[in-house]
Design a protein around this ligand. Sequence first.
Ligand code: G6Q
Length: 538
Amino acid sequence: MTLTARPAWKALEAHCAAVGATHLRTLFADDPDRGERLRSEAAGLYVDYSKQRVTDETLRLLRALADECQLRHRIDAMWRGDKINTSEKRAVLHVALRAPRGSSIELDGENVVPNVHDVLDRMGTFARGVRDGSWKGHTGARIKNVVNIGIGGSDLGPVMAYEALRWYANRDLTLRFVSNVDGTDFVEATRDLDPRETLFIISSKTFTTLETMTNAQSARAWALNILKDQSAIARHFVAVSTNAAEVAKFGIDTENMFGFWDWVGGRYSMDSAIGLSTMLAIGPEHFRELLDGFHMMDEHFHTAPFENNLPVILGLLTIWNCNFLGAATVAVLPYAQYLKRFPAYLQQLTMESNGKHVTLDGASIAYETSPIIWGEPGTNGQHSFYQLIHQGTRIVPCDFIAFSKSLNPIGNHQELLMANVFAQTEALAFGKMADQVKAEGTPDWLVPHRVFEGNRPTTTILADQLTPATLGALIALYEHSVFTQGVIWGIDSFDQWGVELGKALAQQIAKELGAADTTATTHDSSTNALMRRYRNAR
Ligand code: G6Q
């Protein structure tokens, strides 16, 4: 049955027509306790969704929709190792990456958890060696710099986690991340580094990705330019990949390769060996805590009733906002400078997972799928784009993320930071009405400009402190929320066919740009003219 024909969907449409426009002021006035009731807590995260434009009936109907879409069954299928990534015929088992030692998650009858821990143990031994200086560079010098080369899922997670957990990082190691095929990325990342003290992690699931392989070749040339000796590669390059053959071809000893598996999607891989840079920065023990945080949220998602299941609630609220209230985007607003790359990470996680136009069986979709995710840390955003969120013509649901205790408590910064979180969510929900504005003595002509309509939906996620474990729980919260949304929309959240066309065309065009005959006119008139212009200018 198509989603929009389901009884719960129809009931939600009728419900939305009846109460969807009810102002949050009314919802709070009629139900003064909703702030105490519409909240839930798990794995160290307190989530207040009372400032979403929902009633108990909305939530009941959304859960009915989840039941009709067999969410419970699909969660179980994921844990069972079913090939729920149907278009790529793959299981989706990132939950196994953080399963505790001794537990069991099976794929085709085989427990995959021991393999996960074998790799974690090897990563741990390697990371300790680099951190304590016993792993030396080719000339005997200690490794002081680590450069992760990877892109997409092999970059965004590592960058985000490094920034997020910087407080826990070994400051004797300099971490850099190179992703873009723009040579500037590599050159700027390495210009002040000494190859004798630099370790490259080539992170690529396939080990064939154009950008990563191009940067890896440049890294090798850069290193050999000083180190001279091919055998130096073994001390300065390690690989994280599923493709041992290509790793060996590149010249990296597979002894120095850390593996993962085809059941780990790129954007779900930051807690696999792809997290090697994270482990080098924060150490194996903190990395373990990160995995424990993920696992706590996994357990909660797997077992908690939907009424207080955080990923389910957040996923269903996204359905409500996007498909019924008509929101097209979600702003992610971490009030934590360390989470500055978290919105970018969530962009990939959400939009690559759920930006789909057909259902699992290939039928076209006649409802909206993934919202557009964007955001910046607060309070910075308040001085730029919040204007639109407060007074623009569009609804922008916001996720506010905050931590009660600062890792860097100086002066009254933390109090001011938190005051701003609470102020923003209150202002967005309740606004400021014309009579209030007038009562302040505002001249009549200015009143409309100073009115805030309010009724702007927000969720607040509050944790005690930014720790490896809270970060893990936070990421898993979004991972499973994204899955919940995908189940409702009936799509494959784990493939990414949409990146293929541009990749293939770029390969073709790269050949043409390199060809001797520069008159190629195989494209449309716009592309041909751009290529001509570039050729003449280069
Ligand atoms: C993520 C995507 C994509 C992928 C990159 C890098 O889910 O599949 O972002 O991670 O294209 O791929 P490799 O790790 O294979 O280089």
